[in-house]
Design a protein around this ligand. Structure first.
Ligand SMILES: [Zn+2]
Length: 432
């Protein structure tokens, strides 16, 4: 038998190659399967939330009124329904993309930039990105101005929505375009091992963003004011001293500008790290509860969860870039997805569009890791602050954010980075 490569070079055109057809079929089957899996999970979640909507789970019965529990069920259901429609639109868009849209973009930009250089690459990325953005826009509008508004969460005005979009677009162009150019350049200039160089650049870029985000990017969207003196500040500073945590500041963010949902987070690293409370959170929680929430965030820091995440994501992205390095010279990769002539920009686009389809079945792995971290942070908070106060804070947050207390376990395993409410509260109560 002749080696495949000889047949390839001698007699058969790339489009007709059996590997291309096989890849085409594998991709379509996987797209159908993951879309069906997502829809089935959403249906299970709907069923679970509906089945429990008329009774507050016993562990929460004293603290969450039935009316709030029903509101959480209706809110969850509204989001799931919109999500199901978006799922269909996304699958359709992917089919359309590989059914000729991408090849059309490819041809069009090749006529304008016949040498297929970096201008062609940028234009191809811009057209694919813009298509995805336009397809997602109606859903973003519906979520913000219909669902969030109906349940009393939305505070975003249409003017702010547009201003946010403009700021995001500007950031994408100012940061995304140079990054993309750097990646395309590395891919062209670094020979066979380009994927290693792209990985290093990507890692460096992410660390840089983490360093600059709190002071340069986040303030473009929100106002940050130092936490005022008072009982909260005193308690928080005592907690920080107790845990041996040095930070460059405690800030309050005007989250109420966009939404009534409350949160707290911890951002940056090294000396740039800061703790941020949403003003909506400070309004809702008592000082002891705020201290417990912060202790949970400090738990993430003390157990080095951020670095563990970076290590996992870094390893995964290195493996993926290596894989792309193997695919980039295979004609069947482009032919199988009807993606024109190929090249570095096209390979990157194909990979980023196809990857989520192949990656979704692995989602439980990442949520398992994330849940382990949440439990560890809860345990830290129980030791350094108070399990009881953290439970009280979490119950208030579940209630005020209309988060469901009765998720379907399987849906939750694929979609939720945090453990289900009952499991989390159960462990904390056992610890306290
Ligand atoms: Zn957490």
């Amino acid at each position: 038998m002749l080696p495949l490569s000889l047949i390839w070079n001698g007699h058969i055109t790339p489009i007709a190659h059996p590997v291309a057809s096989l890849f085409s079929v594998v991709f379509l089957v996987l797209l159908a399967l993951t879309t069906a899996l997502r829809a089935w999970l959403a249906w299970r979640q709907l069923r679970s939330v509906r089945a429990h909507r008329d009774a507050v789970p016993p562990a929460f019965a004293e603290r969450i009124p039935l009316a709030d529990h029903r509101k959480a069920a209706a809110y969850t259901e509204a989001k799931l329904r919109a999500g199901l429609i978006e799922l269909g639109v996304d699958a359709g868009l992917l089919l359309l993309t590989f059914g000729g849209l991408l090849a059309g973009f490819d041809r069009f930009w090749h006529t304008l930039f016949p040498d297929g250089g970096h201008a062609y690459g940028l234009a191809l990325f811009a057209s694919v990105g813009l298509t995805g953005f336009l397809a997602g826009l109606p859903f973003a509008l519906y979520r913000t101005f219909v669902i969030e508004a109906r349940f009393g969460f939305n505070k975003t005005t249409p003017g702010l929505f547009v201003a946010d979009l403009a700021r995001q677009l500007l950031l994408t162009v100012l940061i995304g375009a140079p990054l993309l150019l750097a990646v395309l350049w590395l891919m062209a200039a670094m020979g066979e091992r380009w994927w290693l160089w792209v990985w290093l650049a990507w890692l460096g870029f992410n660390l840089l963003v983490m360093l600059l985000y709190p002071t340069l990017i986040a303030p473009l969207f929100n106002k940050f004011t130092p936490l005022a003196d008072g009982e909260i500040r005193t308690r928080v500073e005592a907690l920080l001293a107790r845990c041996g945590f040095a930070s460059s500041g405690l800030f309050v963010m005007d989250g109420s500008k966009r939404s009534a949902h409350g949160n707290a987070y911890f951002t940056g690293f090294g000396r740039a790290k800061r703790i941020v409370f949403f003003d909506t959170l400070l309004d809702k929680l008592a000082p002891g509860e705020i201290e417990a929430v912060l202790a949970h965030e400090l738990g993430h820091f003390k157990r080095r969860h951020l670095w563990k995440r970076i290590a996992v994501l870094g390893t995964v992205s290195l493996a993926l870039l290596w894989l792309l390095g193997q695919l980039i010279d295979q004609p069947w990769f482009y032919a199988g997805l009807h993606a024109g002539t190929g090249g570095t920009a096209m390979a990157l686009i194909l990979f980023s569009l196809v990857l989520p389809v192949f990656a979704f079945p692995f989602a439980p792995l990442f949520s398992w890791l994330s849940r382990r971290h949440e439990f560890e942070a809860d345990a830290y908070a129980a030791r350094q602050s108070s399990a009881g106060e953290l439970v009280a804070a979490l119950v208030k947050l579940y209630r005020d954010n209309a988060a469901t207390l009765t998720p379907d376990p399987l849906y939750s395993l694929f979609h939720d980075s945090h453990p289900p409410a009952s499991e989390r509260i159960g462990r904390l109560q056992a610890a306290g």
